[in-house]
Write a protein that binds this ligand. Structure first.
Ligand code: VG1
Ligand code: CO
Length: 576
C-alpha cells in the first residue's frame, strides 16, 4: 500500500533577495540553508506557475550538479511539490542531472509531457558548506524562466505568508525506480531516473560517433577531458570512455564532489589549471595531447584547447557556425545564430559571409529561448564559455566538445598529417579576420560603488569620440524590452563593453570586455594586440576616483591571461 502523507500549511515570512540573476537564484549555502528558504522559493514557483498553467497531477523534473546542500533541498522540494498536487517528479539518480540534460528531459522524455523543472546549481560558483547554492526554474520548453516569470516569483517571495508541505518521509533517490505516495487522496510519484540515459540518446541522434571514433583512434591524436569534479563526470565517462574509447586516465576529475574538490568549477585558463598544464598552454616545448576539453559545475559551459593552444569561446562559436554542416543533424548549416552582446563579433563575420541572420541579445541564456522556439536560430553562444543549439534550451558543454570533435574528424578525413585545433583557427582567421578578445573581471566589489562606476561611465558618453550606448534588447518574438544591459564603446575596429555580473551571491563583479578586429595581423599575442585599446579606455575613461579605488583594491583576475597585463596597466595608471 502507498505511504499516506498529510498536507500541512506552514506559516512563514518573506526572505529578501529571491531575485533571479543572469541564471536563477544564487546564494551562499549559509543563507539558502536557513529555515523556510527552499520551501518559500519553491512555493512561490508553484504559486506563480499555477496561475498560468494547471499543474495539478503534472510531471516536473528535479536535479542538479551534486553540490553541497542539493540533497537536503531536493527532499524539501518533494514535500512542497506533493502538497501543491504535482503528480510526479523525475529526479536524477542521487539528484544528479546536468543543466542541459534537464532541458532535454523536460522537452523529450515521454514526448515532452513534463511541465518544467527545478535545477539545483550555482553553475561555476564554488561549492561546499562555505560555497554557493543555487536554484533555477525552467519552463515547459526546457528554458530558464524568462524575466516576466522570475519577476513574479520575486514579487510573490516578498509577500508570502504560508507554504504547503506534505509530511513525506525521507525518500531514497539512490536507486532507479518509482515510489508512490498517497497525499490526501492525490497520488504523488517520485521516479528516480538515469542521470545520463536521455542525454546520451540525444547526443547519439545529433553526432556521428563512429566518425568521431575514427579521429580519436588516429595514432597522432589524443584527448584529455577535465570534468572539474562537476556533474559532467558521469556523462563524460559514458560518452567518451565507454562509447568512444578514451582511456579513463584521460578523463580527469570525473567524480562529482559536493565541494568540487575544493576547486572553482569554472572551465577557464585560471581555474582549469590541471588541464591547462596537461595541454601545455603557454609552454614552448614538450609532448602534449592534441585536444583538451573542460566543463563547469553543471556542465553547460565548455572550454576547448588544442595542443599548447586556447580557443577563445567567442571564436569557438564562430568556428562551429562556419563548419556547422559537418555535424550530421545540421546538414543545412546555420539557419540563424545569436550571441550575447558582450560576445565578440567573430560570429558576425561568419553570418555576413555565409548570409544567415544574426541576433544580438543581453547576457544570459534565457534570451535565446524565444528565438529558438520561433525557429529563427539553430546556434548560439556567449563569450563566457557557453555554446549550444536548438537541441535543448540551455547551453551545453559536452555538445560543444562533440561539435569540435566532429569538425576535426571531418576536416581530417583522409588526411595523412593531422590538422590541429590551431590550424583550424588559423584557417578561420584567414577567411573571416580575427577578433582579438579579452575579458577582465573585478570581483567582490562593493555594490554601490560598482553601480556608481557604471553611472559615471555613462555620463562620459557625450565626450567619447566613437559610438557609445547602453544596450537595450527588444525581443522580436514576445516584444518585450530588456534595457540597461551593458555599456558599449565602439570606435573603428575596436569595442569595449562594461557590465555588472548577474551571478554574484555577494557584492558585485564589474566585467570589462575588450575586442579588436584585425584582417592582417592574425597571429599576434592577444595582450599585445589589445594593448592600445585597453590602455585608451583605462586612461581616458576610467580615472574616476570611485573607480580607481575599486580597481586598486579589488583586482583580481582576468580569466584569460591577465595578472601580468593588469600589473602593466596599473603601473601606467599610477604614473599618471
Ligand atoms: C555569467 C556569464 C553569462 C552566463 C551566466 C550563467 O553571467 O557572463 O554569459 O550566461 O554567467 O552561466 P554574469 O551575469 O555573471 O556575467 V552559468 O554556466 O553560471 O549558468
Ligand atoms: Co554553468
Amino acid at each position: 500500500m502507498d505511504i499516506m502523507a498529510a498536507i500541512r500549511i506552514v506559516q512563514t515570512t518573506p526572505i529578501p533577495g529571491m531575485k533571479a540573476g543572469t541564471s536563477g537564484l544564487r546564494k551562499k549555502v549559509v543563507e539558502a540553508s536557513q529555515a523556510n528558504y527552499v520551501e518559500n522559493f519553491t512555493q512561490c514557483v508553484f504559486s506563480v506557475y499555477s496561475e498560468k498553467e494547471n499543474i495539478e497531477g503534472c510531471t516536473m523534473v528535479v536535479g542538479g550538479d551534486g553540490r553541497f546542500y542539493n540533497k537536503q533541498a531536493i527532499q524539501k522540494i518533494f514535500k512542497v511539490a506533493a502538497a501543491n498536487k504535482i503528480g510526479r517528479i523525475w529526479v536524477g539518480e542521487n539528484g544528479i542531472l546536468s543543466t542541459p540534460s534537464v532541458s532535454i528531459i523536460i522537452r523529450e522524455r515521454e514526448d515532452g509531457i513534463s511541465k518544467g523543472g527545478l535545477i539545483l546549481t550555482a553553475s561555476h560558483n564554488p561549492g561546499g558548506p562555505n560555497g554557493d547554492f543555487g536554484i533555477k526554474f525552467n519552463g515547459e520548453n526546457g528554458s530558464s524562466a524568462v524575466e516576466e516569470i522570475t519577476n513574479k516569483i520575486y514579487e510573490e517571495s516578498l509577500k508570502i505568508e504560508t507554504y504547503k508541505i506534505a509530511d513525506l518521509p525521507e525518500i531514497d533517490i539512490s536507486t532507479i525506480g518509482s515510489q508512490t505516495f498517497d497525499v490526501e487522496g492525490h497520488p504523488f510519484v517520485v521516479e528516480v531516473i538515469s542521470s545520463t540515459e536521455d542525454y546520451i540518446r540525444k547526443m547519439r541522434s545529433i553526432f556521428d560517433f563512429n566518425k568521431i571514433k575514427i579521429l580519436l583512434d588516429r595514432p597522432d591524436f589524443s584527448m584529455v577531458y577535465d570534468c572539474m569534479h562537476g556533474v559532467a563526470g558521469p556523462y563524460v565517462r559514458a560518452i567518451f570512455g565507454d562509447i568512444l574509447g578514451v582511456p579513463s586516465g584521460n578523463l580527469m576529475n570525473s567524480t562529482p564532489l559536493e565541494d568540487f574538490g575544493g576547486g572553482h568549477p569554472d572551465p577557464n585558463l585560471i581555474y582549469a589549471h590541471d588541464l591547462v598544464k596537461v595541454m601545455g598552454v603557454g609552454k614552448d616545448h614538450g609532448i602534449f595531447p592534441s585536444f583538451g576539453a573542460a566543463n563547469d559545475g553543471d556542465a553547460d559551459r565548455n572550454m576547448v584547447l588544442g595542443k599548447q593552444f586556447f580557443v577563445v569561446p567567442s571564436d569557438s562559436v564562430a568556428v562551429i557556425a562556419a563548419n556547422y554542416s559537418c555535424i550530421p543533424s545540421f546538414p543545412q548549416g546555420c539557419i540563424g545564430a545569436a550571441r550575447s552582446m558582450a560576445t565578440s563579433l567573430a560570429l558576425n563575420a561568419v553570418a555576413e559571409k555565409l548570409g544567415f541572420p544574426l541576433f544580438e541579445t543581453p547576457t544570459g541564456w534565457k534570451f535565446f529561448g524565444n528565438l529558438m522556439d520561433a525557429g529563427k536560430i539553430n546556434l548560439c553562444g556567449e563569450e563566457s564559455f557557453g555554446t549550444s543549439s536548438d537541441h535543448c534550451r540551455e547551453k551545453d558543454g559536452i555538445w560543444a566538445v562533440l561539435c569540435w570533435l566532429s569538425i576535426l574528424a571531418h576536416k581530417n578525413e583522409g588526411r595523412a598529417e593531422l590538422l590541429s585545433v590551431k590550424d583550424v583557427l588559423s584557417e578561420h582567421w584567414r577567411t573571416y579576420g580575427r577578433n582579438y578578445y579579452i575579458r577582465h573581471d573585478y570581483e567582490r566589489c562593493d555594490s554601490d560603488q560598482a553601480k556608481a562606476f557604471m553611472k559615471s561611465l555613462e555620463e562620459k558618453f557625450p565626450i567619447f569620440e566613437g559610438k557609445a550606448d547602453n544596450f537595450s534588447y527588444h525581443d522580436p518574438v514576445d516584444n518585450s524590452t530588456s534595457s540597461n544591459q551593458g555599456l558599449r564603446f565602439i570606435k573603428g575596429n575596436w569595442r569595449v563593453v562594461f557590465r555588472l555580473s548577474g551571478t554574484d551571491s555577494v557584492g558585485s563583479t564589474v566585467r570589462i570586455y575588450f575586442e579588436k578586429h584585425e584582417t592582417e595581423n592574425l597571429e599576434m599575442e592577444t595582450e599585445a594586440a589589445l594593448q592600445d585599446v585597453s590602455l585608451l579606455m583605462y586612461i581616458n575613461y576610467l580615472e574616476e576616483k570611485n573607480l580607481m579605488s575599486l580597481l586598486r583594491i579589488k583586482l583580481i583576475r582576468n580569466y584569460y591571461y591577465l595578472a601580468l597585463f593588469c600589473e602593466r596597466i596599473f603601473a601606467i595608471v599610477f604614473m599618471i
